[in-house]
Ligand binder design. Structure first.
Ligand code: BMA
Length: 321
């Protein structure tokens, strides 16, 4: 008898790899980082930092191996700018980074916390020092967004998560210029009932491009009498029609398991907003917020995720019941 499930991601023994205690200035918590691997191989995390008012901003941390010896900027890298962007009155949260070769720029898509709830905002940068801000591109209530790295049939494609209470699904929208968005398509629905991903789902990090399709790590939010549990599943989308779901996992593949993931400002949350892929094109370093308090890192493989989805997933028509 073997009651062990397969572990797709292995947590690093130094976890949590970053927390408020590491910060060069006083903060409440550090979590939900966007991530990218720079041209010289350095790992850059754009960390969500919550100050001691409860408002969030972003600060860059760099490391040569993506694990330790982080060089954290001594001041916030990107602060909310409510004078020019009133939609950011209560801070900016959960950045997702996409490098866009056509623009030779990184596109950072993040949550702007407005008086009317969260909306999706976009900014461009070449160096993570200066940012060109486009402001809110999806009105509240909307979040969990990321851009695909190249145009599909001449249009930019954005994954996002508008709320149609009481449920929240993943949508894709298209734009000729990153400012005007339309042609909205439902990508993937939250399930119902007792499923781990019932009622509320959202994109976690940006999709991973593979020969089989866009591999998407998404979160499902299970409501329980004791609060929510944030866990991660996998889905695969068509490379050329990225709103079309080919397969979706039935089980979750990563969930709060260690104490630092189960206890914090918000218990039972694992929430990745970024990853890096190693020089081998397969090794994934997944960076996740743990309990809205610290940052964890877990290592996986693109190939292993695709194999697992092959055996643990079904076409959406089969499982949406
Ligand atoms: C989600 C987002 C995340 C947060 C999570 C758990 O809705 O707001 O920023 O980590 O809730 O609180």
């Amino acid at each position: 008898m073997n009651n062990q499930h397969q572990e797709l991601f292995h947590r690093h023994k130094l976890n949590p790899i970053l927390s408020a205690a590491n910060w060069p200035y006083p903060v409440n918590s550090v979590f939900n980082p966007g991530a990218t691997r720079l041209a010289d191989g350095t790992t850059l995390l754009l960390c969500r930092v919550e100050d001691r008012r409860g408002h969030s901003h972003f600060t860059v941390a760099r490391s040569d191996n993506g694990i330790d010896h982080w060089r954290i900027e001594s001041e916030p890298t990107l602060l909310a700018d409510p004078k020019n962007f009133p939609e950011e009155i209560w801070g900016i949260e959960d950045p997702r980074i996409t490098y866009v070769p056509e623009l030779k720029k990184y596109v950072v898509v993040y949550t702007a916390f407005s008086r009317d709830g969260p909306g999706v905002a976009l900014a461009l940068t070449e160096d993570f020092k200066t940012f060109e801000r486009y402001g809110v591109i999806m009105a509240p209530e909307d979040k969990d967004a990321a851009l695909l790295p190249f145009r599909i049939d001449g249009q930019w494609a954005l994954i996002h998560r508008p709320v149609s209470a009481p449920r929240a699904h993943m949508w894709m929208s298209f734009s000729p210029d990153l400012r005007h968005w339309g042609n909205h398509k439902l990508m993937m629905e939250a399930r119902r009932g007792s499923w781990w991903d019932a009622n509320k789902i959202g994109l976690s990090p940006p999709p991973i491009e593979t020969a089989q399709g866009w591999l998407v790590i998404y979160h499902g939010v299970r409501q329980t009498a004791a609060g929510s549990i944030y866990r991660l599943g996998l889905a695969l989308f068509d490379l050329h029609a990225p709103e079309r779901c080919i397969k979706r996992s039935n089980e979750w593949m990563f969930g709060p398991q260690e104490l630092f993931e189960q206890r914090g400002d918000v218990d039972n949350v694992v929430f990745p907003c970024g990853y890096t892929i190693g020089a081998d094109g397969d090794t994934v370093h997944l960076y996740y917020g743990a309990a809205d308090t610290s940052i964890g890192m877990a290592t996986g493989s693109v190939r292993a995720m695709l194999d697992w989805l092959e055996h643990n997933g079904d076409p959406v028509e089969v499982i949406l019941n």
